[in-house]
Design a binder for this molecule. Structure first.
Ligand code: NAD
Length: 508
C-alpha cells in the first residue's frame, strides 16, 4: 500500500511543483505578487533529492519598506473593522485552508522533508488556529472594570499596529498560522518573513488569505534571507512589535536590531527539553511518548524531548526498549504515508546534526544506535535516528539543541537529582514527566524550570493555554488571551465619580 500511495502522492504533487518551477516565488505586497525591487532571487531545494524546486524573490530593505508601508496603510481600516466581520473573514480563511490541506501538506513535505503523516495534520492545525482566534476576535478589545473609591477605572485594549512575524523552517505552515491568526484577530496588520529554507507554504498561505477575502495590505509576505529581509523588518519604524520563532541566538540579534525603534518582542526559541521517567511510571506509555517526542517531525521540533532522564533502577531495561524501537523506525521518502523519519531540512543542518555524532564519542558517551548520515535510494539529507547513552549533563550533547532525531539518555538516582539535571541547562521550554505518584507530579510542576510541563502525556495542544519558554527558550506566551496581550496595547481610563478634592498649587 505504501509504495502505491507514494506514487499517488508524487503524481498529485507534480502540478503544484510545476507552478513553483515556472516562475520565482514572489513577495506579496499590498495584495500584489511582486518581484524584488532589485530583481534578486535565491534557489530553493528539496532535501529529499536536493533538486531545485524553484527560484525565490530575495527581499531587501526596499521590499520590506514597501510591505511595511502597505501594512501601515491597511491598519487604519483593519483595526476599526467590527470584530464580528474579522471573525467571519478568519473563518473563511480556515475553510480555504481545509479545502487546500492536501496540497499544502504535499508541498510542505517536499519543501521541508517532514513526513506527510505529520504534515497533513499540520495543515489542519493551521486551520484550527484561524478558527480559534476568529471566535476570540469580537471580544479582543475587552478589558477590566477596576472601581476605586471616587473613581471608575476601566481598561480597554487596542491593536498595537502593524507587526512583523518571522518564522522558522520546521513546520513552517502551522507556525505561521499560529502567529498570523491571533495578530489578525487582535486587529493588527502583518508583514511576514518566512524562513529561506522553506518558502513555499508561506506563499500558498498569503494567496489563500487574499482569495478568501482578506483586504489587500493586511498581510504582506516578503521572502528572503534573515540577515537582510528579516533584519530590515526588525528595524523598520512602522513595525510596532516582532513575533519571532527561531533560534535563541537569532532572538538575541533581533533584540539588538529592534532596540533603536523600541520594538516589543515575543520570542519562541530553542529547547533542550527533558523527559523524566521515574520507576513508578506506566513504562509502556512512557516509552511510546519518549519515542514519539524525539523521533517524530525528524526531531526538528522545539518541544522535542531530546534528553531522556531515566531512573537508575529501570535504566538498563528501559534504554534497551528505546533502542529496539529506534531500530524499527521507518526512515524513507516523506511522501510515503508509512514513513516515520524523513530527511533533515538542508545539507548544512545535516552537517550540524551529524557533527554531534563525533562530539558524543569525543565526550565519552556511547552511540547505542544510529550515529551516521543516511540516504534513501542514494539521496537526501538523512541521518539515522540516534540514541546516546552513558552521558552526563555537562556534555555538549546534553546541553546544546541538536534539532534532529537524536536522543541523549542520562541516568538519575532520585527526584532531587532529576530536577537538578532537568534544570541544569540554559533552555527552559518544555518538560515531560512520567510518574505514578500524584504528589511528585505536583512537586515537579512547581520545581521544573520550563514554560510548559506535561505530566504523563506527550505534547498535547490546547489553544487557550499559555505556550512559550523560560530562560533562553523565549520571552512571552502565546495562546488564548496571552496572544492578545502581545498584539494589543492595554489602556486604562479613569473617570471621577464625584467632585473629589483636586490638589491645588499656586492658588494664592
Ligand atoms: P533561525 O533563527 O535560523 O531562523 C528563523 C527565522 O529568522 C528565519 O526566517 C530567518 O530567516 C530569520 N532570521 C535569521 N537571522 C535574522 C536576523 N538577524 N534578523 C531577523 N530575522 C532573522 O531558526 P531556524 O533554524 O529557522 O529554526 C529552528 C529554531 O527554531 C530552533 O532553535 C527551534 O527550537 C526554534 N523553534 C522554536 C519554537 C518555539 O515555539 N519555541 C518553535 C519552532 C522552532
Amino acid at each position: 500500500m505504501s509504495q502505491e500511495s507514494l506514487e499517488e502522492n508524487l503524481r498529485k504533487l507534480q502540478p503544484l511543483l510545476k507552478e513553483f518551477a515556472a516562475q520565482p516565488i514572489q513577495h506579496c505586497i499590498n495584495g500584489e505578487a511582486v518581484a524584488s525591487a532589485d530583481g534578486g532571487t535565491f534557489s530553493n531545494h528539496s532535501p529529499i533529492d536536493e533538486s531545485i524546486i524553484g527560484e525565490v524573490a530575495a527581499g531587501n530593505v526596499d521590499d520590506i519598506d514597501k510591505a511595511c508601508r502597505a501594512a501601515e496603510e491597511a491598519f487604519v481600516s483593519w483595526a476599526s473593522m467590527a470584530g464580528k466581520q474579522r471573525r467571519d473573514l478568519l473563518h473563511a480563511i480556515a475553510d480555504a485552508i481545509e479545502a487546500n490541506a492536501e496540497s499544502i501538506a504535499l508541498v510542505e513535505s517536499w519543501d521541508t522533508g517532514q513526513p506527510l503523516r505529520f504534515m497533513s495534520k499540520a495543515a489542519i492545525r493551521g486551520a484550527e488556529n484561524y478558527r480559534f482566534f476568529a471566535d476570540m476576535a469580537p471580544n479582543a478589545r475587552n478589558g477590566l472594570s477596576l472601581p476605586a473609591q471616587h473613581h471608575m477605572n476601566y481598561s480597554v485594549r487596542q491593536p498595537i499596529g502593524p507587526v512583523g512575524i518571522i518564522t522558522p523552517w520546521n513546520t513552517p505552515f502551522m507556525l505561521s498560522t499560529w502567529k498570523i491568526a491571533p495578530a489578525l484577530a487582535a486587529g493588527c496588520t502583518v508583514v511576514h518573513k518566512p524562513a529561506e529554507w522553506s518558502p513555499c507554504s508561506a506563499s500558498m498561505l498569503v494567496k489563500i488569505m487574499l482569495d478568501a477575502g482578506l483586504p489587500k495590505g493586511v498581510v504582506n509576505t516578503v521572502q528572503g534571507i534573515g540577515e537582510v529581509a528579516g533584519k530590515a523588518l526588525t528595524e523598520h519604524a512602522a513595525i510596532k512589535a516582532i513575533a519571532f520563532v527561531g533560534e535563541s541566538r537569532t532572538g538575541s540579534e533581533i533584540m539588538k536590531q529592534g532596540a533603536a525603534t523600541l520594538k516589543r518582542v515575543h520570542f519562541e526559541l530553542g529547547g533542550k527539553n527533558p523527559v523524566i521517567v521515574f520507576d513508578d511510571a506506566d513504562l509502556d506509555r512512557a516509552l511510546d511518548a519518549v519515542i514519539f517526542m524525539i523521533y517524530s517531525l525528524n526531531g526538528e521540533r522545539c518541544t522535542s524531548s531530546s534528553r531522556l532522564l531515566i531512573q537508575k533502577g529501570i535504566a538498563g531495561e528501559f534504554i534497551e526498549c528505546v533502542k529496539e524501537r529506534v531500530a524499527k523506525l521507518k526512515l524513507g521518502h516523506p511522501l510515503n504515508p508509512a514513513t516515520e523519519v524523513g530527511p533533515l531540512i538542508h545539507e548544512k543542518h545535516r552537517e550540524k546534526v551529524a557533527s554531534y555524532f563525533d562530539i558524543a564519542q569525543q565526550e565519552g558517551a556511547n552511540i547505542a544506535i544510529g550515529g551516521s548520515k543516511a540516504a534513501f535510494e542514494g539521496k537526501g539529507c538523512f541521518v539515522e535516528p540516534t540514541l546516546f547513552t552513558n552521558a552526563n549533563n555537562s556534555m555538549r550533547i546534553a546541553q546544546e539543541e541538536i534539532f534532529g532525531p537524536v536522543l541523549t539518555a542520562i541516568e538519575f538516582e532520585d527526584e532531587k537529582e532529576a530536577i537538578a539535571i532537568a534544570n541544569g541547562v540554559n533552555y527552559g521550554l518544555a518538560a515531560y514527566v512520567w510518574t505514578g505518584d500524584a504528589g511528585r507530579s505536583i512537586r515537579l510542576g512547581r520545581d521544573l524550570d520550563a514554560g510548559m510541563i506535561w505530566i504523563n502525556s506527550e505534547n498535547n495542544r490546547h489553544l487557550p493555554s499559555p505556550f512559550g519558554g523560560m530562560k533562553a527558550s523565549g520571552i512571552g506566551r502565546d495562546g488564548g488571551d496571552y496572544s492578545f496581550d502581545f498584539y494589543m496595547e492595554t489602556k486604562n481610563v479613569c473617570i471621577a465619580t464625584n467632585n473629589h478634592s483636586v490638589p491645588k498649587l499656586a492658588k494664592n
